[in-house]
Design a protein around this ligand. Structure first.
Ligand code: 1PR
Length: 529
């Protein structure tokens, strides 16, 4: 029996699913006594540092947790579960941490880095521990904006380090108390084997150091390959994966059916997808709270797929036909509870930015702000659906333009990228760069950058658009739309600084397996998982 300390924020479902997959039962902490009585305790911290400490305090878990750890009983912290072991964090300066480990957690401060760090990175063992048994230089999934730094006073705790700009602490352990900055439950087979070591009690430190060559290795963040599943009900009412040509998903009047969502997601996980994204493409019409089949897709997928899951479509506030009101946060919470690690906001992000630009006031009421506040910036993706508008000169528009190497129908040498809403059906008076920069201000943690002109064409990513947006923001950018050959992936990573590339059609139609994309990237010296 494994006890999970859940204080009601974020996706603990994936931790629970991973534990169950490994053959153990899960019990959730519902009272301070449950901590006292735990045989093995896992603390998957989510949300912000201050919020986590405050919740532990309110629920009266703080003291029993400290006592449990100080008694050297089996403990595994994950992500914020590592950070809260320290004395405090720059994220919430007024809030003290558990103070088990000396030092303060700080934000990544290298301006050349995109923050949060989202993706797969390595670890360098600094001790020899049973917890890392079987781990051989694979990659693990990280998602965080703050990190603890190795210092003389916390040296005796460091189990592993990782490099992102500079070196930070990715694992700590003393005795039976351990914690990781990465998410073993989201790190595929490698992560599950580390988690299994803990569950089995295979956690002994056999040497207070690791081989020197290992200690000096540097790790690198991998470029991610994301499989995207556009999901909607077909005319027979079945939920299917579909794919449009420039957002038109019908062929001879019928919605294209490229497979069943849960099965396809399972296949992509096995083929090596670094993340899976579901977009409920009719989400702007229906209230997702009522969309039980979509929630069920997420629940079932998360039972067997141990990489991050993003879901988008219809994340906004609603008043249902029975008069009940749901905030965007309510909708997102339902998705997180069902197994999502990140949510993606499309149309509602455009409306939020339009309002913000009119008032200049960050009043905390937009869906982006509300969801980021509770679940953290890294859980909020903004999906942009832009379309090119050509102009003869930058003076012809007040929008941000680029000089393009693909002139328009009348030889125009410039273009801007118009944001759309409702699945590309309606253009708005705002450009993609202004949108991206504003959602970053409002608290989005990542941009999913589609391009209607390229979507479904197999002609390659719109490198000009991706470069334009990537250089204008400091959060990670996922390049999307148009992938049709392995070379398109190496091209997007060598010619832009995009952190990830997303594709749909080529994977669904089995034109190129994900593993072939990865082999090609590796041959081209692009870091992959
Ligand atoms: O506006 O918050 O309800 O979100 C709706 C979401 O659904 C948005 O993220 C929007 O991009 C997406 N969406 C809406 N309508 C469509 C459609 O196709 N009719 N899908 C749609 C957009 C975009 C991609 C696609 C890539 C790669 N799909 O994510 O998977 O373009 O395709 P490719 O590799 O085959 O070229 P809201």
């Amino acid at each position: 029996m494994i006890t999970v300390l859940d204080y009601g924020a974020g996706n603990v479902r994936s931790v629970r699913n991973a534990i169950r997959k490994l053959g153990y039962e899960v019990k959730h902490v519902t009272s301070p006594d449950d901590i006292e009585q735990a045989e093995k305790l896992i603390f998957p911290g989510v949300g912000s540092f201050g919020n986590a400490m405050e919740r532990l305090h309110q629920l009266e878990y703080l003291e029993p947790l400290k006592q449990y750890i100080q008694a050297d009983r089996p403990f595994l912290g994950i992500c914020l579960g590592l950070q809260t072991l320290f004395e405090g964090s720059e994220e919430s300066p007024g809030e003290a941490g558990l103070g088990i480990i000396k030092g303060r957690v700080r934000r990544f401060d290298d301006i050349a880095l995109s923050v949060p760090q989202i993706g797969w990175n390595g670890i360098v063992a600094q001790k020899t521990s049973g917890l890392l048994h079987g781990y051989e230089q694979g990659k693990l999934y990280f998602v965080h904006s703050y990190r603890a730094i190795p210092e003389a006073e916390n040296q005796n705790w460091i189990l592993s380090t990782t490099h992102y700009g500079s070196e930070f602490i990715s694992g700590v352990q003393q005795g039976r108390v351990a914690a990781f900055q990465f998410h073993p439950e989201k790190s595929g087979a490698v992560g599950l084997s580390i988690l299994e070591n803990f569950l089995k009690g295979n956690d002994k430190i056999t040497k207070e150091s690791a081989p020197r060559a290992e200690q000096q290795r540097e790790t690198k963040l991998a470029k991610r390959i994301i499989a995207c599943l556009d999901v909607r009900a077909n005319d027979a009412g079945d939920l299917v994966v579909t794919k449009g040509d420039q957002y038109d998903v019908r062929e001879k009047g019928e919605v294209r059916n490229l497979g069943m969502p849960v099965e396809l997601a399972g296949r992509y996980y096995k083929e090596g997808a670094d993340e899976i994204t579901f977009l409920n493409i009719t989400g702007f019409r229906d209230c997702p709270m009522k969309d039980q089949p979509m929630l069920e897709v997420l629940r079932r997928t998360s039972e067997n797929v141990f990489v991050p899951l993003t879901i988008g479509g219809g994340i906004r506030e609603y008043t249902a036909s029975d008069g009940k009101h749901y905030s965007a946060l309510d909708v997102a919470s339902e998705y997180f509870r069902s197994g999502a690690d990140k949510i993606s906001i499309g149309s509602d992000a455009v409306y939020a930015v339009e309002e913000y630009l009119q008032t200049g006031d960050k009043n905390g009421t937009s869906s982006i702000e509300q969801i980021a506040m509770v679940y953290g910036n890294q859980a909020v993706v903004v999906s942009i659906d832009p379309r090119r508008v050509w102009v003869a000169s930058p003076k012809d528009t007040h929008h941000n333009t680029i000089k393009t190497s693909t002139p328009g129908p009348h030889g125009e040498e410039y273009c801007w990228y118009q944001c759309t809403v409702r699945g590309g059906r309606e253009g708005r008076n705002i450009d993609a760069l202004e949108l991206a920069q504003t959602v970053e201000k409002l608290g989005a943690g990542e941009i999913l950058l589609n391009c209607i002109d390229r979507d479904g064409t197999n002609n390659g990513f719109d490198l000009e658009l991706i470069h334009h947006i990537r250089e204008g923001v400091s959060i990670p950018v996922i390049a999307s739309s148009g992938a049709g050959a392995v070379e398109h992936f190496s091209e997007v990573f060598s010619e832009t600084n995009a952190e990830a590339a997303l594709a749909a059609g080529i994977f669904h139609r089995r034109e190129i397996p994900i593993s072939t994309v990865k082999e090609h990237l590796q041959k081209n010296n692009i870091e992959i998982r």
